[in-house]
Design a protein around this ligand. Sequence first.
Ligand code: NAD
Ligand code: UFG
Length: 361
Amino acid sequence: MAILVTGGAGYIGSHTCLELLNKGYEIIVIDNFSNSKPESLKRVSKLSNKNFKTYQIDLLDKKRLDEVFSTNQFEAVIHFAGLKAVGESVNSPLRYYENNVTGTILLCEAMRKYGVQNLVFSSSATVYGSTNEVPISEETQLNAMNPYGRTKQMCEEILKDLYLSDQTWSISILRYFNPVGAHISGIMGEDPIGIPNNLMPYISQVAVGKLKHLTVFGNNYHTIDGTGVRDYIHVVDLAKGHLKALEKVLATKEIGVYNLGTGQGYSVFEMVEAFEKASGERIPYIIKDRRPGDVAICYANPSKARNHLGWKATRGIDQMCQDSWRWQQNNPNGYNEQAEKQNRREQPVFNHASDFFMPKT
Ligand code: NAD
Ligand code: UFG
């Protein structure tokens, strides 16, 4: 029986697919490639030396989703598929609610219909909104402050209600802090479309010369050096957290909510310094006003994940920067055509459930 990975071609999904394959799980991926490229899955296949089925399907396409469930047997689902840009969610709230909330409901309906009731769900520290309480534990009041965050908060409520209605479900809700870094091979990493919104991909594009300088959003916060503090977590640690959550949902019948963070906060300037050290490049920056909606400090209390899942982040800030830099240097244009040429493989892509493709190694 396989693990269904929705959004498996994305940044966190692709790293998790690799960890799953390396652990011997059979996986099947669904992705509509709205924010990713099939190339990421080819790299997963290459690194793991394993093939797997991939369906190019939109979660909102009920009929095709049903076909995927009727033609395969799943023991669990890891649900990454979702839109994640905060600013875009403010401008297009309906698109976000439909994609993230309706998508999750349709997925759960298909799961229920086919008796697949083990789920690991991608939530976000964004559900905590603006809180002055740090470190942030799972008990902290939820207060999402934008449509994207509210889609995650709503999905969490829906999943809790689902579990209350039928306790044969088993669900892990994972609240990620700030995922950064890349696979150590340098052939998988984050590939943001257009100009990055997030700090780490922005810094690495400055380091590689694609962007002129970093804009630091505010240096007058009450923090160590005035800049915003976040809990950056290496994407491979995060991926490994999903395997622990998967073990949990397969072994128990309960619902659990877990912070996935390191418990350590770093400021923007500390990240810049660490990246300069890792890359040997200077990161020029200018200071501008605070970005609306940003909080001063946000870092996790990750002890629940340690105690209940047996998971702990092990990769520090230096490795996060070294791995990001290796990925950025090797793939200055991400998974784009240029990069694809170097790794050219026959790659049929189908959009019908019965016409899956296998990424070729
Ligand atoms: P990503 O955009 O790289 O990956 C998401 C994947 O889902 C993409 O491949 C996209 O094409 C796919 N997708 C989106 N909507 C779909 C749909 N309707 N049908 C099929 N596929 C669809 O994002 P990521 O960084 O890998 O994030 C994965 C999950 O984790 C998301 O749910 C995101 O909200 C959540 N999350 C991300 C972060 C972060 O900073 N990266 C932080 C907290 C939570
Ligand atoms: N920052 C800059 N300049 C930039 C980008 C960011 O100074 O160009 C600063 C921000 O002001 C903040 C810190 O760097 O202090 C981190 O910002 P990011 O945009 O990288 O991350 P956020 O903490 O704002 O948000 C991210 C995701 C959210 C997610 C949250 C918690 O974008 O979706 O982490 O997981 F919810």
